[in-house]
Design a protein around this ligand. Structure first.
Ligand SMILES: *Cc1c(COP(=O)(O)O)cnc(C)c1O
Length: 484
């Protein structure tokens, strides 16, 4: 009896498998037309093979065989998922405005237009329209940067890490670079100052101790073999307590007396006085130049709010040496980013309208009352979206600038707290994963058993709500992220 049943099952199984349509058959079906049109026949063929292989396994496990249309549908869904760009837009509700993992600054409309134009058309990148001769790539921006920073000259490279590398190699290859022990930073990833020194062929000379460095420590370390003195803005930490650092102005005097250049790596470096936007003061590039640094380096996509880039500004003779280093060619910036940078920098000519036109400044200067009002407007619509398993509450929270600007400073903000009713961490992880799978992924932060959505960077509430309509379906799916 038992035996016969199993035989019977096996026959049914064989019949079900035989009845499955062949790849070619599904390719001819009505449902396959639009994915073929969109992704091409070879891609659809591959997706169908994968789908049929999966379906065969499911049938063996006891599932009923699907129709040809259902198979085409599944293959199309596979192609859709694979087609989704890693760089498609998302909602940054982490509360970190300049989030390095989420692409740092969101660009100003003027910058987007300029970059788009430069992509579409030929431009006078290294061509002097007046003389008709070859021109300088950075020329367009030089005047503007000098105007905004008070520096004598400027040059631009791929990012600030490249700026530091190029400066060290140009001014201190085979020579000493003197830096305080308290400033030997690691920015994240593999960017550690001692390693960069080695790669730049500069000899690191550490002075002082972790917590205290005195003027005489620098003075004693500088001699004939010294290429430069480096000051690094400790952008992602603070040393507090019994500390002493030599201010840039004092250090500039020491370096000048000894006849070696002082390089100040500001990291974020801002062109605007953040205090005017209700934030804590962060050293501006103009101040760093005025304090007597011979070279100042800073990023394009941190507080400046532009595309990724590294600025090197300062003394004309030093910039000339930096520009003549063959490494500069390997670190240069393309026309698209130069166009976006120029448009971004131009916005700084009118500080009064900066917070209106530059998203980074708009987000950073947004008042808590405005953000809280948005949270209160959205909350009632969100309660049914997250019911019955989660509570939705409007909360006060703290945003951060991010990307190593004012590491300890937080900005009063507001948002939504989504907390599981049963206090379950698993449920919370499932929710976070479902939000990441939405057409526009929503990225928040988990804090004390709740998912916090800081609304500082959310401007389009309606778009946010519309995007959440798919959440229920996503929550039903397994939290396994393997298919992404
Ligand atoms: C961020 C930072 C860098 C690196 O700049 P990128 O633009 O990320 O390459 C270097 N130095 C300091 C002090 C920084 O804060």
């Amino acid at each position: 009896m038992e035996q016969r049943n199993t035989d019977c099952d096996r026959d049914n199984l064989q019949t079900a498998l035989r009845r499955l349509p062949a790849v070619d058959q599904v390719l001819q079906s009505e449902r396959a037309l639009s994915p073929i049109e969109r992704f091409g026949r070879p891609a659809m063929t591959g997706a169908l093979r994968d789908t049929l292989a999966a379906v065969r396994e499911e049938i063996k496990a006891g599932t009923a065989p699907p129709s040809a249309d259902a198979i085409a549908e599944r293959a199309a869904a596979l192609l859709e998922t694979a087609d989704r760009s890693r760089l498609s837009p998302l909602f940054n509700l982490t509360g970190t405005v300049l989030h390095t993992n989420l692409g740092r600054a969101v660009l100003a409309e003027a910058a987007i237009e300029a970059a788009t134009m430069a992509m579409r058309e030929a431009v006078a990148l290294e061509f002097d329209l007046e003389t008709g001769k070859r021109g300088e790539r950075d020329e367009h921006l030089r005047t503007l940067i000098c105007e905004l920073t008070g520096a004598e000259d400027a040059t631009i490279v791929n990012n600030n890490a490249a700026a530091v590398l190029l400066v060290l190699n140009s001014l201190a290859a085979g020579r000493d670079a003197v830096v305080s022990r308290g400033e030997l930073i690691e920015i994240g990833g593999a960017f550690r100052m001692p390693d960069i020194m080695t790669r730049a062929d500069a000899r690191l000379v550490e002075v002082g101790t972790t917590n205290r460095t005195h003027p005489r420590d620098y003075a004693d370390a500088i001699h004939d073999e010294t290429g430069l003195v480096l000051k690094v803005h400790t952008s992602n930490y603070r040393i507090e307590g019994f500390t002493r650092e030599v201010p840039a102005a004092e250090l500039a005097a020491i370096a000048m007396e000894k006849g070696v250049p002082l390089v100040n790596d500001l990291g974020s470096g801002t062109l605007a006085d953040l205090a005017a936007f209700g934030l804590a003061h962060e050293p501006t590039v103009r101040e760093a130049v005025a304090e007597g640094a011979d070279i100042v380096t800073f990023s394009g996509d941190k507080l400046l709010g532009g595309p990724q880039a590294g600025f090197i500004v300062g003394r004309r003779d030093l910039i000339a040496r930096i520009n003549s280093n063959p490494m500069k060619r390997a670190l240069r910036v393309d026309k698209i980013r130069l166009a976006a940078l120029e448009a971004t920098l131009k916005l700084y000519r009118d500080p009064d309208r900066l917070s209106e036109r530059l998203p980074t400044m708009r987000f950073l200067s947004r008042r808590k009352s405005e953000i809280r009002a948005l949270a209160e407007r959205l909350a009632p619509a969100l309660v049914p979206v997250f019911a019955p398993d989660f509570d939705v509450n409007v909360i006060d929270c703290q945003s951060q600038i991010g990307s190593g600007a004012l590491p300890l400073a937080t900005i009063a903000s507001a948002g939504l707290s989504i907390s599981p009713k049963d206090d379950s961490g698993t449920r919370l992880a499932g929710l976070s994963a479902a939000l990441r799978r939405l057409p526009m992924p929503v990225i928040g932060r988990v804090e004390r058993g709740a998912l916090i959505l800081d609304l500082r960077c959310l401007e389009d509430g309606a778009r946010f709500l519309a995007n959440l309509s798919g959440l229920r379906a996503e929550m039903g799916r397994p939290t396994d992220d393997a298919d992404r």
